[in-house]
Design a protein around this ligand. Structure first.
Ligand SMILES: Cc1cc2nc3c(=O)[nH]c(=O)nc-3n(C[C@H](O)[C@H](O)[C@H](O)COP(=O)(O)OP(=O)(O)OC[C@H]3O[C@@H](n4cnc5c(N)ncnc54)[C@H](O)[C@@H]3O)c2cc1C
Length: 501
């Protein structure tokens, strides 16, 4: 990157969000853009999460771009390797490589009120951009809790890593492993490592609800059909989408209806867990759906194996090589694996963005993340977040939400063009406030708020700033186009200083 390079759009991140934005920009005829990615390859989530057993929990035919169908998904729920390969394929098919700036971590981005553009400092130089699309991912910066004694455990030769930073050089054969956490990653990891580990102790702060995962190989005949008659793949996707749309009202309006699903989940557990004491430990005490419903057909059978212990309490400290739970239970361990999630409501990029008023996005969001239609934030002109506040889903594919946001991005850029040279859009605080009041009012009835659990969907103030309380079609409609009355049009006062290309 040459010093002071200027681009129309800088995209940050190369997961589904960043690559999707890049494809959309090209389709809109915009080629003056770069994709800044801190890692040395594309893929985001699906590059970083390579733990044993890693796979999507939304069927592949829905968990993929509508504009890049893949007739050859090998399984109904494909594994990490195949999803990563799909994203590499998308990068090649849509000729995105020339736009990629791999190994470019965004360290700071500052809005220039005179020039009406973003000055972006990366680990490999500075550039400016009229518009920034921030697709750094809600689940991309791993969180490891501050556990007393952990550093000393590591210094003494103990092994510690996070599920999203798996150490493939560390051989787990015969090892005594502590698995901390019972989220979507942990329930895939435990059955995958149980056969080779000497002992697995699972530290469970809260029991998850787990439903069977209807995973199977997609037959050669089905793939042939999808290749020869692409409409069949579209129909399959439509069906998967429609079923999930119909489920939404139970999550958002009528949590009591989920009682039936609880019975199915309990029956799923009872089939594998015969010991009543273990069953009691594994039975959640909150309404199903309040935390993400997990899908696995091998989690409970793995927990019933003799080399697995479930401790119904979180890891509180490590003393020497002893992992100690909050309830005092102890386990001797060689390795501690954290499946403890990510910085979601405190996303690190927010610390690195300074807006029109000279404050960071993190400061602007100190009482909770807020944006207009999940994308733009007051005081941060021409900055758009992909998978911003309240765009997450509890039961369907995030790619649907990303594609809605790409519609909004495309219209945003079109409107900017129509308004002329050197113009920026800044969402009106009143519009942001009104949008968030509507979202939060709807949130009150949802199972995520009323279901009696504490989850990563909630921020430090107990507000759900992560999930969308409606159907994906409602979000699609809300983001079809940019309503200019929700924005202040900012115009430059002086002619632009020449940028060096
Ligand atoms: C294990 C796992 C399984 C999942 N399964 C599903 C599923 O089945 N269905 C579903 O809908 N969702 C699933 N998700 C959620 C998933 O994160 C989203 O579906 C989607 O992949 C997010 O894409 P993204 O591009 O927004 O973010 P990411 O894929 O996280 O990509 C963000 C990118 O930004 C880069 N980046 C971050 N900060 C910077 C910086 N400062 N400078 C430069 N680059 C930066 C990162 O390196 C990364 O490449 C899963 C998540 C995980 C962790």
């Amino acid at each position: 990157m040459s010093q002071h390079e200027h681009v129309r759009v800088a995209v940050i991140g190369s997961g589904f969000g960043g690559l999707g934005a890049a494809v959309r920009l090209r389709r809109e005829g915009i080629t003056d853009f770069v994709v800044l990615e801190r890692a040395d390859s594309v893929g985001g989530t699906w590059r970083d999460n390579s733990y044993p057993g890693c796979a999507c929990d939304v069927p592949s035919h829905l968990y993929s771009f509508s504009f890049a169908p893949n007739p050859d998904w090998p399984r109904t729920f494909s594994g990490q390797r195949h999803i990563r390969a799909y994203l590499e394929h998308v990068t090649d098919t849509f000729r995105l490589r020339p736009h990629l700036r791999l190994g470019h971590e965004v360290l700071m981005a500052r809005w220039d009120n005179d020039e009406l553009r973003w000055e972006i400092e990366t680990s490999r130089g500075t550039l400016t951009a009229d518009v920034v699309v921030s697709a750094t991912g809600p689940l991309s910066d791993p969180k490891i809790p501050d556990i007393p004694g952990l550093a000393a455990f590591e210094e003494a030769g103990g092994k510690v890593f996070h599920s999203a930073r798996w150490d493939h050089d560390y051989d787990l054969t015969g090892k005594r492993v502590a698995m901390v956490g019972t989220g979507a990653s942990a329930i895939q990891i435990v059955p995958a490592i149980q056969p080779e580990a000497g002992k697995v102790t699972l530290f469970q702060r809260t029991a998850p609800w787990v439903m069977p995962r209807m995973d199977r190989a997609i037959s050669g005949a089905e793939r042939w059909l999808h290749r020869r008659l692409p409409l069949t793949a579209t129909a399959r996707r439509g069906l998967l989408w429609g079923i999930r749309e119909l489920q939404v009202s139970a999550f958002t309006k009528r949590p009591a209806q989920l009682g039936l699903v609880e019975s199915l989940a309990k029956a799923n557990m009872a089939k594998a867990i015969k010991d009543p004491a273990l069953r009691a430990k594994l039975t959640p005490s909150y309404r199903i759906g309040c935390k993400r419903i997990l899908l696995s057909s091998d989690y409970y059978p793995a927990l019933a194996r003799p080399n697995v212990d479930v401790v119904a309490s979180g890891l509180a400290q490590v003393r020497g090589s002893t992992a100690v739970a909050a309830d005092g239970t102890e386990a001797e361990v060689d390795a501690i694996i954290f499946g403890t999630g990510f910085h979601v409501t405190d996303m690190p990029i927010a610390e690195r963005v300074v807006g029109a008023d000279g404050i960071t996005l993190a400061e602007a969001w100190k009482d909770g993340m807020e944006s207009l239609r999940g994308a733009t934030a007051a005081g941060f002109p021409n900055w758009m977040t992909i998978i911003g506040p309240n765009t997450g889903l509890g039961n369907s594919s995030m790619i649907l939400m990303i594609e809605s946001q790409l519609n909004y991005l495309a219209d945003y850029l079109r409107q900017l063009d129509t308004l002329g040279e050197r113009v920026a859009l800044s969402p009106r605080p009143s519009a942001v406030g009104a949008w968030n009041r509507r979202v939060q009012a709807r949130m009150e009835r949802t199972v995520w708020k009323a279901g009696g659990c504490d989850s990563w969907y909630l921020d430090a103030n107990g507000r759900n700033t992560t999930l969308w309380p409606g159907t994906t079609s409602e979000f699609r409609r809300a983001t079809r186009s940019v309503d200019l009355s929700e924005y202040e049009v900012v115009r430059a006062r002086s002619p632009r200083k020449e940028a060096v290309r």
